[in-house]
Each structure stands twice: as structure tokens, then as C-alpha cells.
Design a protein around this ligand. Sequence first.
Ligand SMILES: [Zn+2]
Length: 342
Amino acid sequence: MQLSYPLPRSPSGKAYQYSPNPSAPPRLFLIGDAPETRAISEEHRLAIRREPGPGQTVCPYSGFVADDDEFIHFSDIEAVKKQVAWEATADVEDHIADLAKNFNRRQGKGGLISIKMDFKPSRRPRPLAIREDLLRELTCNVCAREYAVYAIALFCPDCGAPGYGQHFEREVELVREQVALADAQDEAGRPETAYRLMGNAHEDVLTAFETALKTIYRHLVREGLPDKAEGLLKKKTVGNAFQNIGRGRSLFKEIGIDPFHVLSEDDLELLRLNIEKRHVIGHNLGIADEHYVELTQSDQPGETVRLIGGEIERFAALCLRVVLDLEKSLLPGPPDTHEQTS
Ligand SMILES: [Zn+2]
């Protein structure tokens, strides 16, 4: 006998999935609907790992491909068990209630002894499974599948096309919104609040960039150098190296990639300056120290570091260029076909 139960869904209509790959934390993601008819455009053919649709799923955190069944979330298995148990109990109770009714009907009236069978069903409510949405909701640019992941992921769970750049585009969008909020505060005569919001937006660019670099680095090391991965990915080795262009670059060298090769010298200088700025804003409440002044040759020590929305957006745009170029290393197929030309 085969029963099928619909999986519990989140408010936005997505089902839980759990990557069978143990080295793909946090493993949980959600998968939603896709348009009934989908066509992969010719230009996207090279980006997909599988024809989208049922059969197999791609782990969005690691690119690991396995049968759909292997991605079933343990809490959904529990939910189905509870559902089956509940229905079985309800069936048994219905049956006993019928027996009792028949028994009572068969009892003659007016005898010396009267027996009545009374049966009270438990009437337990149908078990309810609650599924929550995740913050980061995306629709794949290639196959139009809706999905949700924690923070940052590398691939679409349906077609397996890289979704890494799309994540960073979302970060840039959020930063633009923060800058707009800051501008509005400034115009409303609240410069201090505006400055604080600008500072946060600026900091978020660097945090997102650092996370993006770290995430793809981990993945590429595991894929390309599995024997050396444990050593290379040690916390002590990676640490906050990606907050620094030179240190980040030397880590990527291990896998033959220069993440910054798409940037000109001027771009790199702007990136470097903004990374320094972040340290001043984050650790010194925006007061330029001597080291910063030496670096920028503009602000005077003690002056509040000037933060302009446009500059933050330029910083974010530079980071996005790096991320979109790195995304090419996630394309399927023999790695030598996508090798960088730096
Ligand atoms: Zn897709």
C-alpha cells in the first residue's frame, strides 16, 4: 500500500528540504513553486546542472546532487508519521463507534437486564505541522523556481545554476535602501541618525563581501583540493583574512584564482580605502585616526569620516563585480573550460 501526503508548507507555500551532504551547513532550505511551463534559454544551458523538475535536487549550499527523496526533511517524516497515526486512530475509533451502535440496536427493549455500549472517541485534533519561511527568498534567474535559503547559497536547488551573484545583488539592493533611509533622516534634520545608518550600510557591504568571498572559497577548496581542505579551511588559517585584500588574495592563490583581477588599480585603491573606513567607523565611532589619515591623505585626524551614500554604492558595485566574476567558477563541467585569465 502506498500513501501519499502533501508536505507541510510555509506561509509562502514552500516545503522544508534538508541537504543529505553533511558538509553543507546549515543544510536546511525551502523549495517553492515554479511556473508550469518553463524553458531554459540557450544562453543559460551551460549554467545548469540538471534539467529542472522532479527527480533530483541540488544542494544549494554545496552543489551536491541526489534523488528528491534524500532531501526530505526529518521533521516532515515525523509529521507524516503523526498524520498516519492520527488517521489510523480515527479509523479504529470510527469502527468501534459503529460496533457500539450496532450492538445497542440489537439489544431488545423491555428485558430484565439492559446493556448499552457507550463509546467516547478521543477526538484529538488533526496534527498540525508549522513550517516557517526563511528571510532570503529567491526566484532562480534561469529556471524560475522559488526557493529560500539561510543567508547565502551557491546554487539553485532545482536546475543547479549558480545563484551566488543573485545573492550579492540582493545585498546591494538592501544597501541602496539603507542609504535612502539615511538620506531621508538627514533631510528630516536628524544628521546623527543619518550618519549612524550610513555607517551601518557601509559596514554591511563589507560584511556581505567578506561572507561571499569566504563562502565561495570554502566551496572551491573542498571541490578542488579535497585532500588539503581540512588544513586550508581551519579557522586559524581563514579567520578574517577576507577583510583584507592582500590576505584574501593569497588564500585564493591556493586554488589558482585572483578574485580581484577584474578591478583596475584605481578600483582596488577605492576598495582598500573603504575597507579601512569600515574599521574606523566600526571600531572608532567614525573618528579618523592617524593611520586612516595617512592612508586617505584627506580627512584630518579627529574629523568624522565623511560617508556619502554615492560612495557606499560605488563600494558595493565594486564588490559585486568581484562576486559576479567569481561566480563563473561555479559553472558545471570541466573546470579548465572556465578558468580565469589572470
Ligand atoms: Zn534554477
